[in-house]
Design a protein around this ligand. Structure first.
Ligand SMILES: O=C(O)[C@H](O)COP(=O)(O)O
Ligand SMILES: [Mn+2]
Ligand SMILES: [Mn+2]
Length: 558
């Protein structure tokens, strides 16, 4: 116990034993929705997940995974991996980036902070560059926040502004990029009318330009660097609206994967490369897909690609994206301080932990789970295994992804007897769901179900316990719906495919031979959400959860 009286020691659970191996399985993008032809989980053969459902209500239930239950501003905000895994790991609900930025903008405090004052030093002689995802998806960024930041920066002296846009189509409908670009163009025109030289300077689709994560493919970031910093791209246009409209006409083009483009003036010169003395703000609040660009903008020693020219800039993130790496060192809004996560507690209480996923979700069960911290709490007690993801393809091409490989690693970790908690994320429902390819998503869901079976079989062999849940919905609903829940048709009478997450709740199931008799879900936490899972898992490891954690979902009846 430290001098403050704080102790990492958890109290023993009065009834539940220690020493059971627990498999903690997170199915990414696996919500519960009504069964129809757009519910890929319903259409797919998922016998293992179906059998777990038969345990309702004592061993299977639904939990909330969106909106305020995971710290998002409103109940209209769909869940996402960052907030979902943060809640699962932290056991408490923290106001998340989206909300913190809203508050900082509304109060004006964003402009008083160290981060803004730092970039402001460039306003007199340099250009302010804003780089980020242009949509109202609310997962990584929000258009209204960008609009306010533009206005606020102009009011505070920014005279030359360049916006480098990344089109979405993943957290919002494909094709919506054109509207967002038009809105931004109007705002920039308003600024120009006030004498501010404001323009869009470059762009590209988020999955092809800049927003890679967990170092899956540095080429993605390089494409962005070339366009944003060097002013070089295979496509050149006079206006961003024209760029997006034209590039979308290519066969199979979609917002997520638009190629990089730069905007040029009448002489064919790029209007906004980043040069010495400029300020740069990456305006996404979410961390995972900003860490790589932040490294390329901030690190002096950098060998991931040839930056060719490294301008001396003042750079700030909307938030600090990695608290452990202190990256970036300057930021406009302080990130949520997610401390005392369940992972940290459990490790300090002797729970040997194994975590695994493939690259595209690896940080979800490590970095996000541990409150946006990279690295181990105690390397002697933990092993994190990353299975390389496919890169350079869209995941509908290989919808099974690395589910089997993840399950094999988890199985071996469980059977080894070396770990007390074996935690995995199975990405299929989510990553393939985001492609909007219904056939492929059905294959994806089946593959995830098979992986769950392999893990549960291993739990059975060692007399362990399983907790199977998800971080938010995605694959269970692949169509945009109107207010009455019917598929919404576009002006040509076609259904609109939903590539994004949903507002649906997610299942949680407990079981396995190691589950003590009498353990069941309580009926008195009907509004339980993902944040209630951490206390539940701590109990199953034989510990009481800390007093400020959201209540456990389980009880033990005699
Ligand atoms: O980054 C993404 O892939 C999507 O915007 C959100 O998906 P995730 O929250 O499941 O990662
Ligand atoms: Mn997810
Ligand atoms: Mn997703």
């Amino acid at each position: 116990m430290g001098s403050s009286g704080f102790s990492w020691k958890l109290a023993d659970h009065p009834k539940l034993p220690k020493g059971k191996t627990i498999a903690m399985v997170v199915l990414d993008g696996w919500g519960e929705a009504k069964p129809d032809q757009y519910n890929c989980i319903h259409i797919a053969q998922t016998p293992t997940m179906d059998s777990l459902k038969e345990g309702a209500p004592e061993k299977w239930r639904l939990v909330r995974a969106h909106g305020t239950a995971v710290g998002l501003p409103t109940e209209d905000d769909m869940g996402n991996s960052e907030v979902g895994h943060n809640a699962l790991g932290a056991g408490r609900i923290f106001a998340q980036g989206a909300k913190l930025v809203d508050l900082a903008l509304a109060s004006g405090k964003i402009y008083d902070g160290e981060g803004f004052n730092y970039i402001k030093e460039s306003f007199k002689t340099g250009t302010l560059h804003l780089i980020g995802l242009l949509s109202d998806g609310g997962v990584h960024s929000r258009l209204d926040q960008v609009q306010l930041l533009l206005k606020g920066s102009a009011e505070r002296g920014a005279k030359r502004i360049r916006v480098h846009i990344l089109t979405d189509g993943r957290d919002v409908l494909d094709g919506s990029s054109v509207g967002f670009v038009e809105t931004l163009e109007n705002d920039l025109a308003d600024l120009r009318a006030k004498g501010i030289d404001a323009q869009i300077a470059s762009g590209g689709g988020r999955m092809y330009v800049t927003m890679d994560r967990y170092e899956n493919d540095w080429e993605v970031v390089k494409r962005g660097w070339d366009a944003q910093v060097l002013g070089e791209a295979p496509h050149k246009f006079k206006s961003a609206v024209e760029a997006v409209k034209k590039l979308r006409q290519e066969p199979k083009a979609n917002d997520q994967y638009l190629p990089p483009f730069v905007i040029v003036d009448d002489n064919g010169k790029p209007v906004g490369p980043i040069v010495d003395g400029d300020a740069v703000v990456t305006f996404n609040f979410r961390a995972d897909r900003m860490v790589m660009i932040a490294k390329s903008l901030e690190y002096e020693d950098f060998d991931k690609f040839d930056r060719v020219r490294v301008p001396k800039i003042r750079y700030a993130g909307m938030l600090q994206y990695d608290g452990e790496l202190k990256l970036p060192s300057r930021y406009l809004v302080s990130p949520p301080e997610i401390e005392r996560t369940s992972g940290e507690y459990l490790v300090y209480n002797g729970v040997r932990t194994f975590a695994c996923s493939e690259t595209v979700k690896f940080g979800h069960v490590t970095f996000f789970w541990n409150g946006n911290r990279s690295g181990y709490f105690n390397p002697e007690m933990e092993e994190y295994v990353e299975i390389p993801s496919d890169s350079g393809i869209t995941f509908n091409v290989n919808p099974k992804m690395k589910a089997l490989e993840i399950a094999v690693k988890a199985r071996d970790a469980i059977l080894s007897g070396k770990f007390d908690q074996v935690r995995v994320n199975l990405p299929n429902g989510d990553m393939v769901g985001h492609t909007g390819d219904i056939e492929a998503t059905i294959v994806a869901c089946k593959a995830a179900d098979e992986a769950v079976k392999m893990i549960l079989d291993a739990v059975e062999q060692v007399g362990g316990i399983y907790v199977v849940t998800a971080d938010h919905g995605n694959a269970e609903d692949m169509v945009k719906r109107n207010k009455s829940g019917q598929p919404q048709l576009d002006k040509n009478g076609n259904i609109q495919i939903l590539t994004s997450h949903t507002l649906e709740p997610v299942p949680i199931a407990i079981g396995g031979p190691g589950l003590a008799p009498g353990v069941r879900f309580r009926s008195d936490v009907p509004a339980g959400g993902l944040a209630n899972v951490a206390a539940t898992v701590m109990n199953l490891h034989g510990f009481e959860a800390p007093g400020d954690y959201e209540p456990t979902l389980i009880e033990v009846v005699d």
